[in-house]
Structures are given as structure tokens and as C-alpha cells.
Ligand binder design. Sequence first.
Ligand SMILES: Nc1nc2c(c(=O)[nH]1)N[C@H]1C(S)=C(S)[C@@H](COP(=O)(O)OP(=O)(O)OC[C@H]3O[C@@H](n4cnc5c(=O)[nH]c(N)nc54)[C@H](O)[C@@H]3O)O[C@H]1N2
Ligand SMILES: Nc1nc2c(c(=O)[nH]1)N[C@H]1C(S)=C(S)[C@@H](COP(=O)(O)OP(=O)(O)OC[C@H]3O[C@@H](n4cnc5c(=O)[nH]c(N)nc54)[C@H](O)[C@@H]3O)O[C@H]1N2
Ligand SMILES: [Mo]
Length: 787
Amino acid sequence: MTNHWSDLQNTDCALIMGGNPAENHPISFRWLTKAKEKGGKIVSVDPRFTRTSSKADVYASLRSGTDIAFMGGMINYALENNLIHREYVAEYTNASFIVKKDFEFNDGLFSGYDEATRKYDKTKWAFETDEEGNPKKDKTLTHPRSVFQLMRKHFSRYDVDSVIAVTGTPKEDYLKVCETFCSTSKIGKSGTIMYAMGTTQHTVGTQNVRAFGIIQLLLGNIGLPGGGINAMRGESNVQGSTDFALLYHLLPGYVGTPTAIPEHATLEGYNTKETPSGGYWSNKPKFLVSMLKAWYGPNATKANEFGYQYLPKGNKNYSHINLFNAMYKGELEGAFLFGTNPVVGGPNAGKEKEALSNLKWMVAVDLWETETSAFWQEEAGSDPSKIDTEVFLLPAASSYEKEGSVSNSSRWMQYRWKAIDPKGESLADLEIIHMLVKNLKGLYKNESSAAAKPINALYWNFGEGHHPDIDLVAREINGYDLSTGKLLKGFGDLKDDGTTSSGNWIYSGFYPEEGKNRSKNRDNKDTGGGNFLNWAYAWPANRRILYNRASADPSGKPWSDKKAVIWWDESQKKWTGNDIPDFKPTVAPADPGGTNPFIMINGGVAGVYAPTLNDGPFPEHYEPFESPVKNSFSSQEINPAVVIIEGEFNLKGDSKKYPIVGTTYRVSEHWQSGSMTRNQEWLSELAGHMYIEMSEELAKEKGIKNKDKIIVSSARGDIKAYAMVTKRFKPHMMNGKKVHQVGMPWHFGYKGYATGDTANRLTPHIGDANTTIPEYKAFLCDIRRAD
Ligand SMILES: Nc1nc2c(c(=O)[nH]1)N[C@H]1C(S)=C(S)[C@@H](COP(=O)(O)OP(=O)(O)OC[C@H]3O[C@@H](n4cnc5c(=O)[nH]c(N)nc54)[C@H](O)[C@@H]3O)O[C@H]1N2
Ligand SMILES: Nc1nc2c(c(=O)[nH]1)N[C@H]1C(S)=C(S)[C@@H](COP(=O)(O)OP(=O)(O)OC[C@H]3O[C@@H](n4cnc5c(=O)[nH]c(N)nc54)[C@H](O)[C@@H]3O)O[C@H]1N2
Ligand SMILES: [Mo]
């Protein structure tokens, strides 16, 4: 989130699209209700009329997978009706930058496309630069090759009629959404966009979010209270886990992992290649070296590049779908599954289950025996005599049985104390890792092989015995001044010469020498503007609203007093306000850095044009991997930059055989793959069986009645479920063609009290062009009665 949960109370309009927070993020509604009391509006855009939609002032339906068309139309609407904050756009975004003549867009393709590799040469999208290498600008935004004019041209194709012919949204609903949300372009108003998996789980997921970014910048909504782009995160600590390198291509604090390219062969080479000349990332070498000092301690020296060579340098994409593809092909020997149940939660789950049987060994660490750790059993539909995988199940302690911090969507690191002792032999994940490391170090201590070196070098100083000292872990994350042994004040003090350490630079400052672990802060007094600065610790630097410099004009005066966050106080000659300023606060507004509110980005302004993405600098509508209609915006059917995994892992359905759009979602009563809720009697009673939700019109066409047993099929398989016939789905009209959509929860499996077939046996094994997140939200299927 750029903003945070309690800031939602400040919004004049919340556009909730690709998320259903009333069920999945219910705390948000505490703050949205306050916003509504003050006259704020809620807009819900979802293929299904959800519990969120039922609380909205405006609801619009769309066919799954058409969000870029929907948002492209809104961008066009804002530009054509001059509903933009022009000064903000000219000063704080790259709309004024001039793009080189090499940039072109033609029939769905940007310049630089290579069909054989399905990749773009992004140098074709570069900016014109002056002698010093800075982009040339035209702040009048009239230059024909300014980003602003190219954007206007690109989105002019998204006129209302072309858009609704693709999305299937009723015209009056569509116009009402555009009008309501674009009204936040007025000075003194702010609008927020709240999204989650309905946005990201698509082959165009990243560009869906980009479209949100563009509209929010045009409306001048980023950096303001009640504004921003707010990704509602999922699992309670998923924010924390991505901050701490859950993703295969990142080290802690979003520093990219070194890869097998020649430039990354040395630390110096890596730093030269990966450090931009401007923006806050120009400090990257300080973050990386301090992290290496935390990992390898005295074994990280200038002479050995601070242990840089201990880091693995692969060149493979090991995101979820690629990892399972590699497993399926027998490329992996073993796997540790810490708290994950892919036999229910993974795309094309039937095949992911088969992939597990190609492992020699598997360790599952979980509270329960899940469909995944039991994948080899007969109950799971497997033949145990044919499976050689050796499976270990280690019992894990639940969140109430251990202490530690979780970071929520607001970037708040919040400490939680243990409520009860763990049951039986179960241990905290941290204890399991601690024992594993100690044992590995013991095993390798007399070896000097390449594999042994990083294990021997690893500095693991969290206490002896089975129980690590969690306070020492917390201090290591914050980091030390190694010359004095004192804890650091923050990431501003990090150095690249080996004299500081920090396990994760973005968290540096949460545990300063003076005072205590600030994630334990629990003062619930509103410190101004709904920011609660003394509750928990928000990274970075306890800052609550990112890019808050953009809430004031270039001279440092808030665009409006109603939406003030920080401002330049001329009498005191300093920046002041309700939040920690998001730029170098010591300088006057006119000084260098003082007017560049997007400090992470080289150049200091936000990108309405993004020449770094894999699939183009502007979002463009493409159909999902499986779609019932032809793309009416160009002759490119699917995102041209998507990597297609060939073979039986990724069978593609034909729209003649599978004419219905399918989507998957969550319900309040269940949690994820269901282990945490299907094992609870009371929750199982509330939502006891797998079901498929469909419109009355579709049920009638198929001769299906409410509660009938039906079969849902896709190119990947068949599942059984109960029919739930509702008014919440309606067929969409696309260019005169009627297209039906069905939806289903993905929480079910055969274990526990509430059982049912697994929705993911239907979903395809394909992912977004930038992140490879699977396309769980739009695929093709068909339904029929089971008898
Ligand atoms: N009760 C409960 N709460 C949860 C979870 C849970 O399992 N149970 N899981 C947590 C996790 S890990 C996550 S990631 C979050 C996810 O939170 P959400 O993203 O809110 O979860 P979903 O219900 O999967 O999807 C949201 C909505 O997207 C809609 N949708 C489907 N296709 C499209 C589309 O193409 N465009 C648009 N605009 N909308 C579409 C669906 O109809 C659905 O209402 O929830 C978290 N909260
Ligand atoms: N079709 C479809 N599929 C989806 C999605 C969708 O929208 N549609 N959403 C996707 C999303 S957003 C997500 S996040 C994934 C989630 O996919 P998974 O992470 O595989 O699903 P979970 O059920 O959250 O798995 C968590 C497991 O961790 C265990 N657990 C709970 N607490 C602890 C603990 O403290 N320690 C350990 N070691 N284990 C613990 C639980 O018992 C459970 O078995 O699913 C994805 N799959
Ligand atoms: Mo998630």
C-alpha cells in the first residue's frame, strides 16, 4: 500500500476493483464506513455482485480479464473531459518527457518485438536525453512525442463504446463509474484504488496495476491522504515475507539477486550494472554490503568481496509455475514446503500433484497433514506403490504459539506475543530453521567444497541450543555500526565499506540503540490525519504515506488544506506536518531533491510511461490465455510477451468446447487452501461443500436447478460441485454475443470436515509477463448436470 488502512477514512472515493474487501479484508470496512459517514463514495467493479458491491454507491460488472479495457476507457475519459490535475501531471510525472522516434505502437504491438523469443527490445522505448543524459522535457505537454501526447493517442482507441463491447459493462454503469472516480481530480478531493487478486492473477496482471497507476497520477491522487494505490495483501505476513526475499529473484529489501550474467561475476560488476545514477537506489551498494555483513559477519571482508561469491547466481525463473514445471520434468531432487498446500492452491493442481511424485524427498512443515503432504496416499487418488518420494511431515506451531512480528498491508511491522505453548512436538518455524542450520553447520564443518563454503561462512549468532534468541534476530535486521557495536538509527547511516551491517535495509531504524523494538509500539492515539505514528513501525523510516511530498505543490504549499500531509513552513524554514516527509527533509522546496517526490525513481518523478516492463510502456488490452471472444482492440489475441509453457502441463481449452468464462475467489468462512478452516467444525458447518455460482440465465439454458450436482470441465480436468444459482452473476453482451461467466471458491480439497473437489484442477499453468503470477481469475470451462 502507498497509504494505509486507517487512512482510508480520508477518502472521497474508493474504487474497489479486483478485490472483495468486505469478505477478504473486513477491517478495511471499519475505515471505509467512516469515510462514507463523511460523504465519501464506494465504487465496486467486479464480475460478480459481491458483499463489497452490496455496500457500494456505484457497482459495475465486467467480464473477467478485461480490466485494462475498462481502465483504458477511464484514462481516455479523464483526458478527453479534462478531468486531470494538470500541474501535478506536468511537475510530478514523466508525462513531460520526450520519447525517441523509435517508439511505435501498431496493431497491439510496441516497437522492438521479436516473435521468436516473445520478447521486446526495451531500448526502443527510451527517452530523448540532453548532453548530461537527462530526459528532455516539455512541461507544456504539447510536444507530439511527449509521453502525454503519446498516452492520449494510445488511449483514444478506448472510447466508451469500444470498451463496453469488450467488458460487457452496461453503458450507464460504466459512465457512472468514470464520472464518480474522475471527480477526485478536483483540488481538495482524493480518491483511492483498492485492489488484490482480481487484478493481479492475469497474464496482464502487472499492466492492470500500471493502468491504476496512470489514472491515479492523472487525477493527482498519489501522496495524498485518502489517495494512493492500495494493494490489499493476502496472508497475514505476506508483506513481510516479500520484504524478506520470499520472491526468487530478490534479496531482502527488494535488492535483485545476482544472476549468471557476466556483469554480475563480481560485486563491483554487480554494483556498476545495478546501481542507478540518481534516486534513492543509488545507495544500493550500501544496502547489499550491509546485508552481506549481517549474513557472513567477520567472514565478510573487503578482500573476499564481503562474501558476494557465496550468493548463488542462477539464471532460471523459479517462480511458482516454473518451479513446478521443473519438478514435473524431474529437474529437482527435493523440496521443503513451509506452510503451503499446492495440491489445492496451485494452478493446474492435478498436474502439480503429479510433479511432487518426481521428487526424491519432500519435507512439509505444517499444522496439519494436508492434501500436499498426503499427495501419495490412495485417498488423494494416487497409487502409493508407484511413488518413491520420501515424505517428512514436521509439525509447526501456529501463530498463537510463538512470538515474532508480522507486517501488514500498511507496511506496519507489528510484534505479536505468544498466547499459549505449542502442542505436542510442534515447533516455531524459526526454531526449525535454527536447528537445521546448526545441524548443517555441524555436518559441513570439516569440508571445503564449493557447497560447504557458504554454510561454513554463514554467521549464525542467535544463541545455542534449540531455541534461537529472537531479540538477536531483530537486532541483526535493524543493523549495527560495527565500529561501535551500537544499533543503527536508520538506513541513512548504512555504508558500503563493511563498517555497518543490516539484514534488511528497509527495516533499519525499527530497533534503534535508544528506546526499544518499535514494532512493539502500541500507542493508539491519532497523531494527526489518522496516521498513528506511535502504533507499530512502518517501513521505511516509520513513514505512513509514501510519496507524501506530492501532497504539496512545488513550492511546498499543500494543494489544499483539506488534503495536507506535510508542508514547508516558511517561518520555521523547515518541513513539517502529520507524517515523516518522503524525501530529504532538510532542503527547501526549491533545492535539489525538494521537488522530486518520487525519490526511489531516478529523476524523481512517477512514470505514467514505464519503459522497463516486459510487455510495453503503456497497458494494452489483450484477451486472457483462454477467452471466448476475439480481441477487438488488435490482432494480438494474448499478451505477446507472456512465456508459454509448452506441453501437457499447460493444455489450452478451445472456446467451442469450453464457452464459459470461469473465475475463482475466496469466501469469508474459509482460508486459502482450507487447511486452517476445513479442519474447524464450526467453520465447516458454515460453508460445507464445494459449489459453483452461476446466473439464473445460464442455469435455465443448461437445465440446472439450485443445489443440483453438476460437473465443471476445462482442458485440464473435471470436478464435481453443487450448483448455486444466483442473481449475482449476469451474462455479458460482447459485440452482440452473449457470454456467460461462472465463479467458484478455490478452498476445497478432500481432507478435513468440509470437503469438495479442488477448483484448481481446472485452472491453467500460465502466468503474467512480468511476475508470472498464475492466471487464476479468467479461464474457459463448461458445465453440465452430473446425472
Ligand atoms: N476470508 C478470507 N480472507 C482472505 C483470504 C481467504 O482465503 N479467506 N485470503 C487472503 C489472501 S492470501 C489474499 S491474496 C486476499 C485476496 O483478496 P481478493 O483479491 O479480494 O480475493 P478474491 O476473492 O480471490 O478475488 C477478489 C474478487 O475478484 C473478482 N474478480 C475475478 N476476476 C476478475 C477480473 O478479471 N477483474 C476484476 N476487477 N475482478 C475480478 C472476484 O469475483 C472476487 O470478488 O485475501 C486475503 N483474505
Ligand atoms: N484458483 C485460485 N488459486 C489460488 C488463488 C486464487 O485466487 N485462485 N490465490 C493464490 C494466493 S493469493 C495464495 S497466497 C496462494 C496460497 O497458497 P498456499 O500458501 O499454498 O495456501 P495456504 O492454505 O495459505 O497454505 C498455508 C499452509 O500453511 C499452514 N500454516 C499455517 N500457519 C503456519 C505456520 O505458522 N507455520 C507453518 N509452517 N505452516 C503454517 C496451513 O495449515 C496451510 O496448510 O494460493 C493461490 N491459489
Ligand atoms: Mo495471497
